[in-house]
Design a binder for this molecule. Structure first.
Ligand code: HPA
Ligand code: ZN
Length: 350
């Protein structure tokens, strides 16, 4: 419950989540439980792994993206079986449902699993089963976005694209697009030009993390070299007025993750994010949770944090909710259904 006047409005507003790493929904409790079940040894030398509580306390003081990524990759090492992925993803959907999320597009990091000997098929089949159940139980529609780890060799990204493209989860649309994540600075988008070109040719959607820790060059690099349809994070776009105009004109959606940006010290407080600047410049933005188990905030928490910091109007909230739907990769019929749910909800609110 936040202190804003619009809390009740935000709570029941139909929402779309477009920036969520499924591995980032692994809570310390589940991490310890799966480590025990799967007999995975956690690093004894790090006192953070003494207990779920100690780990949670460590999550409260991340110093940077790379500090977080260190724990993120150790954390996901406990995920081994198809059932582990199904459980993880179903827990996420059920939590998202309580926040009135009606459509979610979910990142996963295949390279972080195949390099530990977990088959690509195990990961995708596990998550796809949770997607099926979530649709049945909660009516949530969803898509998967396969991310490449930018701090791994480019050849590995190419190999994983080929692996995915030869699989039925590609042709049946379960995997709707590709993304680019992990350490940003030093791994510019242009490195991945070829694999993004192949994806475009195959009719696959494209997004990339850019402008989280990297500057505006990483954003223009992603737009020019990767032909992305949206940008994940992108908050450092505000440092380049010309580029901001271009992004507004081209209607490229930024999937902003406010609580993540504070936890990873991209900004000191949500109020320091350029959200007002983006809205005034006509940049399309939406709000998301990124890695909620690590950053301590799910979808509604992120909406509330923005409302407390900026006091957006109901019309502005409607605009960001609609921007998320329009920028999503749901089919046209589903988009119209969600847009109409939002419209009805907002009209009946006053
Ligand atoms: N940035 C980059 N890589 C990531 C993130 C993020 O916020 N979360 C999970 N992998
Ligand atoms: Zn992210």
């Amino acid at each position: 419950m936040c202190n804003s006047k619009l809390h009740n409005f935000l709570e029941r507003l139909p929402k779309v989540e477009l920036h969520l790493h499924i591995e980032g929904t692994l809570s310390p409790e589940l991490l310890f439980k799966l480590a025990a079940t799967n007999k995975i040894e956690l690093p004894k030398s790090d006192p953070a792994f003494a207990s779920p509580e100690a780990l949670q306390a460590r999550y409260d003081r991340f110093t940077s993206l790379s500090d977080f990524l260190h724990y993120y990759y150790i954390g996901m090492s406990v995920l081994l079986t198809e059932a582990d992925f199904t459980f993880l993803a179903y827990e996420y959907f059920s939590r998202a449902h309580t926040d009135k999320c009606v459509h979610a597009e979910i990142f996963f990091d295949p390279q972080a699993h195949t390099t530990r000997g977990v088959a690509y098929e195990t990961v995708v089949k596990g998550i796809a089963e949770a997607q099926r159940k979530a649709k049945e139980d909660f009516g949530i529609t969803s898509k998967l976005i396969m991310c490449f780890l930018r701090d791994m060799a480019v050849a590995s990204a190419n190999d994983h694209f080929t692996l995915a493209a030869n699989h039925s989860y590609f042709s049946d649309g379960t995997i709707a697009g590709i993304g680019l994540d992990s350490a940003e600075v030093g791994f510019p988008p242009e490195l991945f030009r070829d694999v993004y070109a192949k994806a475009k040719e195959a009719g696959v959607h494209r997004t990339a993390h850019a402008g989280e820790e990297g500057g505006p060059d990483y954003l223009s690099g992603a737009l020019d070299n990767l032909q992305v349809e949206r940008i994940d994070h992108g908050v450092r776009l505000a440092e380049d007025a010309e580029l901001m105009k271009r992004v507004a004109q081209e209607k490229k959606l930024l999937t902003i993750c406010p609580i993540s940006n504070v936890k990873l010290q991209v900004v000191k407080a949500v109020s320091k994010l350029p959200i007002r600047k983006f809205l005034d410049a006509g940049v399309q933005i939406c709000f998301n949770s990124d890695d909620p188990a690590y950053f301590g905030g799910y979808l509604l928490d992120n909406f509330c944090a923005v409302e407390e910091a900026f006091g957006l109007s109901i019309e502005e909230w409607k605009g960001t909710a609609e921007a998320a739907v329009r920028g999503s990769w749901a089919d046209q019929e589903r988009k119209e259904e969600i847009l109409s749910q939002i419209d009805t909800y907002v009209s009946n609110y006053n």
